[in-house]
Design a protein around this ligand. Structure first.
Ligand SMILES: Cc1cc2nc3c(=O)[nH]c(=O)nc-3n(C[C@H](O)[C@H](O)[C@H](O)COP(=O)(O)O)c2cc1C
Length: 113
């Protein structure tokens, strides 16, 4: 189900938002998740975004199963779970030459950079 990193995680942070009247909850929760990932890297902790929103669980939606497990009311929605723990691999940093500049478009979508 895309969640194997959770099996070995030391900690899991469930990122959710009170969606009542909150139009941009997905964007807000995604920004919060990104900060968690960046902070983990700063402490050399492994982290992985496990996606939940829009995914099926075993009985209900993945969101509903997590909220049921944790007793979270219906007005909240779960975007993801961030698994945290020891790193399974150490990737070297990407350099400027690794960047796919063909994906950069100027003025209109088809112009090449
Ligand atoms: C929106 C989003 C959803 C993701 N969902 C999952 C997931 O469900 N399970 C998982 O193992 N990794 C998930 N990941 C992590 C990615 O598979 C990948 O490990 C991570 O983005 C690092 O990418 P890189 O190989 O480009 O460094 C997700 C990442 C993003 C940004």
């Amino acid at each position: 189900m895309g969640a194997p990193p959770l099996l070995q995680a030391d900690v899991a942070i469930v990122v959710m938002a009170n969606t009542a009247g909150l139009e941009l909850w997905i964007e807000d929760a995604a920004v919060a998740s990104t900060y968690i990932l960046l902070a983990a890297e700063q402490f050399n902790v492994g982290a992985c975004w496990i996606h939940i929103r829009g995914r099926a669980g075993q009985r209900l939606t993945a969101d509903e199963e997590i909220r049921q497990l944790l007793g979270v009311p219906d007005n909240f929605s779960v975007l993801n779970v961030v698994a945290l723990g020891g790193k399974g691999e150490n990737k070297s940093a990407r350099t400027e030459k690794d960047l796919p500049f063909q994906n950069v478009h100027r003025e209109n979508f088809t112009s090449q950079a």
